[in-house]
Design a protein around this ligand. Sequence first.
Ligand code: SAH
Length: 457
Amino acid sequence: MEFKKNDLLTVTIEDMGHDGEGIGKCDGYTVFVKDAVIGDTVRVKLMKTRKNFGYGRLMEILTPSPDRTEAPCPFARPCGGCQIQALSYEKQLEFKARKIRNNLKRIGGFADEEISMEPVIGMEHPFGYRNKAQFPVGTDREGRLVTGFYAGRTHSIIPNRKCLLGVPVNETILDTVLDFMEEFGVTAYQEDTGKGLVRHVLIRYGFHTGQVMVCLVVNGTKLPHSQELVERLRRIEGMTSILLNVNRERTNVILGSQVRLLWGQEYITDTIGGIQYQISPLSFFQVNPVQTEKLYGKALEFAGLTGGETVWDLYCGIGTISLFLARKAGKVYGVEIVPEAIADAGKNAEINGIENVEFFVGRAEDVLPEKYEKEGIRADVIVVDPPRKGCEESVLDTMVKMGPERIVYVSCDSATLARDLKYLRERGYEVKKVQGVDMFPETVHVETVALLTRKAQ
Ligand code: SAH
């Protein structure tokens, strides 16, 4: 049967794609349906067709799946932040385990029985977990200021100041900033023209300390009447740091490289597993502190430290994993590309009185070979925690040359993880264990930590 655009079909959802979309069939024709969950029977309108598959818009749920739940956020469907709020949490965790396993099989070439994996570690309360949020500021059709989240795949702003993944203080801060902008005629940045001032409001919150950071990203070097804004923001409980970030580029990248202090200090402090961390606006810090402790706990367990080991922590950010491991290691070396993060890492070692760590600023692909080949620094254990694109081959090559007993790979993208594990497996390493940790409930993202050991020669 031929299907064409705007046809209405009835589809039973039998699978879910990696982006959380429902997948079903109608007369042998595969249809992808965003917002439909496994087990739903739905009425869809075909929006786009290809020869063997098409994309349908969910029009009506005819029979809801037993795994469907009422999404608590009224914006769950249009918002680009969450993809699977309508799926029960238990099934979300199963979906993530499948995603990791499928990637390891499809991309990594692993057989099912070679993958030793426990269920994904979930949260008791899978909402209100984020310690950081970046809200775009713009104007709606009537020219009124709006802030919230981008709709899926677009840059139109859904005016939701009450994201359920974030903390309640976000809303108070956003109300304060927008009221201030209205009152003093401060403009919002317009992406299409490159005009206007305020681009984003970045908020960070320390779950254990209650400290709050607000950073306004502006298309300029100054914020008019900024003292007025400071007066209002500093009344908010926990306010510790009020900053301006200068970003005058026509780009999707949210933060520029220059930060100016408006009030308070330039960082906030939080703790994970009893270690204090100072966090600057430009530094990476895991967004889910409750799960981060479980993730780092796994990394520490997999590292199998007994006290004397030399450990490398590549892509170390502000030294979070490095300091976590240092208590059980002989010496830890951290490598990170962002200078501000390395400055934080050094301070973090100091405030925690940890002396057996050393940090290097630079690309892992440059620093690691230099330190190994020129200075002869070796490794018993190497931990890597790269961004989504995974490790460069040259980094993996140096790791293999260094020949550590164990490699612990922490990954926020199981597709690139699978690619890199395959590479390491072909060069003398065995994948012993894989563990998913749900750092991002209600979304399709999942963090994975894998343990590799060197095969006996
Ligand atoms: N391990 C840290 C940070 C992980 S995020 C934590 O758990 O908090 C990945 C980090 O890698 C970021 O801080 C990013 O700035 C850094 N990074 C990205 N590319 C890099 C490269 N080529 N070499 C070293 N660090 C890099």
